[in-house]
Design a protein around this ligand. Structure first.
Ligand SMILES: *Cc1c(COP(=O)(O)O)cnc(C)c1O
Length: 393
């Protein structure tokens, strides 16, 4: 494969890549250079929310590219204003948005918002941010430090100070002290193993933090934009965070990161910014993706599709209880815990050979993040192939 050689020669080695090159997609189906088709139960990693080669999205992007791609944030950008309005209205929260280009950047901005709030709030500077073990918040120097996985802190120091890790949500309240400004959590840990938090515990924590004037940051980079069935997992959990971050699914494949906050006046011009963030291309993508998914949700198709996927996944789980011990997750963010972690990469590789793509999460979870618009036919075909792959082991 020619691409493989060029990649090896010229691209830094940060990924373990499978030996496949895709050239075309259609909703939840991908085609490689040999013309072989794959059912995509990964949507990138939770990115391609409205499907591969979505006709409405591609039309909106082409039309925008024909007119104007980028000016700079020194001018008003209509799609940016519209995207912010759509996101805020869909969320139901009284917030304002800032646009960047990735999840890490969105979390970086969330941390800056919290730190600025701590700076101007009273006598002592509050700066500590509590995150959870097994969390994932990004790869920049700050967000990798915010990530509660010691294995990711091996190099790259010194890191910014002030991150404290709680073993689990029960431990958070005990770690809050006079220097704590925020708690940052995922409502369903994605990379950590598709582990949903218990709603009551999150609600109690949110209440407790309000009494301490400690901000609640919810990292919805993976859970956001209908992945769990609601626009935000925060809606599903019925909480009112102070800061929420989005990325992955919000641009449908175009790089977009969003931080939204109820601290609407926290920033003044010059405090934060981005060259690319919020440009015409990415914000037209956000607007179109949200329109598509809102219609899809209103019509009941999203709920149907989620129910069907989970039913077939449950059947698959029941058929293979010798391999899997538990079905986990919410909506289109689900997983199966394997009994024996060693078998996980074998399942993923065998699945790929059989023409279906699945992901890993944590040490022992087979993860599914299908395209939200996946068809019944694609779900059926994907699980036929997955059954085949697992039976071969
Ligand atoms: C993927 C992810 C990130 C990082 O997003 P990037 O776009 O890769 O920077 C942060 N938080 C969560 C919960 C994620 O799933």
């Amino acid at each position: 494969m020619n691409t493989k050689k060029i990649d090896n020669d010229y691209v830094l080695s940060t990924y373990g890549r499978a030996d496949i090159e895709f050239i075309r997609g259609d909703n939840a189906t991908l085609y490689d250079t040999d013309g072989k088709d794959y059912i995509d139960f990964t949507s990138g990693i939770g990115v391609v929310s409205v499907g591969h080669a979505n006709k409405r999205l591609s039309k909106a992007l082409c039309e925008q590219a024909d007119r104007l791609l980028h000016v700079s944030n020194l001018y008003y950008i209509a799609p940016q204003a519209q995207a912010a309005k759509k996101i805020v209205q869909a969320s139901g929260y009284d917030m304002k948005c800032f646009f960047g280009n990735s999840g890490a950047e969105a979390n970086e901005a969330a941390i800056k918002i919290a730190r600025k709030y701590g700076e101007r709030d009273g006598e002592i500077k509050r700066y500590k941010i509590i995150t959870l073990q097994h969390s994932f918040h990004g790869r920049t120097i700050t967000t990798v430090k915010a990530t509660g996985q010691a294995s990711m802190h091996n190099y790259f120091g010194p890191f910014p100070d002030g991150f404290v890790y709680a073993n689990d949500i029960d431990e958070v309240a005990n770690l809050v002290d006079g220097h704590t400004i925020a708690v940052m959590i995922e409502l369903v840990q994605g990379e950590g193993g598709v582990e949903p938090q218990v709603q009551k515990k999150v609600q109690d924590l949110a209440k407790f933090l309000k009494t301490k004037d400690v901000l609640l940051i919810v990292d919805e980079v993976q859970t956001g934009v209908y992945r769990t069935g609601s626009f935000l997992a925060s809606n599903l959990y019925e909480i009112e965070p102070d800061i929420i971050t989005l990325a992955k699914g919000v641009g449908g494949g175009v790089p977009v990161g969003v931080v939204m906050t109820r601290l609407k006046e926290i920033f003044s011009p010059g405090d934060h910014g981005s060259t690319f963030g919020g440009n015409y291309l990415s914000c037209v993508a956000v607007c179109e993706v949200l329109d598509i998914l809102q219609e899809y949700e209103k019509s009941g198709e999203l709920a149907q599709s989620m129910m069907y996927f989970n039913k077939i996944l449950e059947d698959f789980f029941n058929k293979h209880r010798s391999i899997f011990i538990k079905k986990v997750g919410i909506g289109m963010m689900c997983g199966l815990r394997v009994k024996n972690a060693d078998i996980l990469s074998k399942i993923i590789n065998s699945a790929r050979e059989s023409g279906v793509m699945v992901l890993k999460a944590g040490r022992n979870t087979l993860r599914f993040l299908p395209v939200l618009t996946i068809s019944k036919k694609e779900i059926d075909e994907g699980f036929i192939r997955l059954n085949h792959a697992v039976s071969k082991l």
